[in-house]
Ligand binder design. Structure first.
Ligand SMILES: NC(=O)c1ccc[n+]([C@@H]2O[C@H](COP(=O)([O-])OP(=O)(O)OC[C@H]3O[C@@H](n4cnc5c(N)ncnc54)[C@H](OP(=O)(O)O)[C@@H]3O)[C@@H](O)[C@H]2O)c1
Length: 288
């Protein structure tokens, strides 16, 4: 059991589901393009073990990372899991031969995906399953009633403890909530991409976690002169400022920065603690 709590403290998503606000996104542990095995499997195992050692209790994954690779590495590194560790996975897509991410949202595909996650992670029930609904980084219009209803059925069967949604609009969040409670929303958001500002505030009012993916820009590192200049002033990196800004943006924001490097993992946890003054926050808020 970890003895230290990373910056930002803890957030309770539901009974029995309290996590550190600084978590870890495991997607970068697969090979290039999130396809195939990592270049250095021992390094990938080391990142996960270090994350837990440094107090992180929230790991984000999917069985379609690799595919399968990331979950296999999580199990190898951490199973049997510490009591306080919560693993959040997502379903709703597959990988194709070209490395694409086609939707896979029929009830049969979702049932299979849940079983694939259970098997590869070595679990009897999944802590949280997010239904991925939209495209690469933005929502697509349409109803999620059939796929989300299928996941709610799997929750009723005891295979899933809690549900969330990913790459969704505010309307789709409301639609999901009319079917079953959600504990988190995982969407594309960072200091330079602020389309979800209103959604974050409405989820905060309901006590629902908002988990931004690509917090550091994802496949394209964040580029902003303002971010650079605030970082230089604070003698910090732009990554540290971007993570610290997210932690201070709203108490319901949980961080899942991804990295394949122990050094970057340590930097990110330390960086998230960077204090930002009102003046710096005002300047940073102008970026979005
Ligand atoms: N719901 C969805 O549809 C969805 C989509 C995408 C991602 N996600 C989740 O969100 C998590 C985070 O997204 P992400 O990993 O794609 O993007 P990210 O966290 O914004 O950025 C990761 C990139 O930043 C680099 N990096 C991390 N820390 C660094 C540091 N201190 N210094 C320099 N470079 C650093 C990483 O390279 P190194 O490996 O070299 O550190 C990697 O290239 C994923 O792991 C995944 O779990 C969900």
């Amino acid at each position: 059991m970890a003895t230290q709590i990373p910056p930002g403290g803890m957030f309770t998503m539901a009974e029995g589901l309290t996590v550190t606000r600084v978590g870890y996104g495991a997607m970068q542990l697969a090979g290039p393009g999130v396809f195939g095995p990592p270049k250095d499997r021992d390094a990938a195992l080391a990142v996960l073990r270090e994350a837990v050692e440094l107090g992180i209790t929230h790991i984000d994954t999917s069985d379609y990372y690799g595919p399968h690779v990331t979950n296999e590495i999580i199990k190898e590194a951490l199973h049997p899991y510490p009591d306080d560790l919560r693993i959040v996975t997502k379903v709703g897509a597959l990988r194709d031969a070209e490395g694409g991410w086609p939707h896979a949202r029929s009830p049969e595909q979702l049932r299979q995906a849940v079983h694939d996650n259970l098997d590869r992670l070595g679990l009897d029930a999944l802590d949280v399953v997010n239904l991925r609904v939209g495209g690469f980084d933005s929502p697509e219009p349409g109803s999620l009633t059939e796929p989300f209803g299928a996941l709610a059925q799997l929750q009723q069967e005891g295979l899933i403890k809690h549900l969330g949604v990913s790459t969704v609009s505010a309307e789709q969040v409301t639609e999901a909530q009319s079917i079953a409670p959600i504990v988190c929303v995982q969407n594309f958001y960072n200091i330079a991409n602020r389309a979800d500002d209103a959604l974050i505030d409405s989820l905060a009012a309901q006590g629902i976690a908002y988990v931004p993916y690509f917090p550091l820009g994802g496949f394209t590192p964040l580029q902003s002169g303002t971010l650079e200049s605030v970082a230089t002033l604070l003698e910090a990196t732009p990554m540290a400022v971007a993570l610290a800004w997210l932690l201070q943006r709203s108490p319901n924001i949980l961080l899942i920065p991804g990295t394949s490097s122990v050094a970057h993992l340590r930097e990110n946890i330390k960086g998230a603690a960077l204090p930002l003054s009102e003046n710096e926050l005002t300047e940073l808020n102008s970026i979005g």
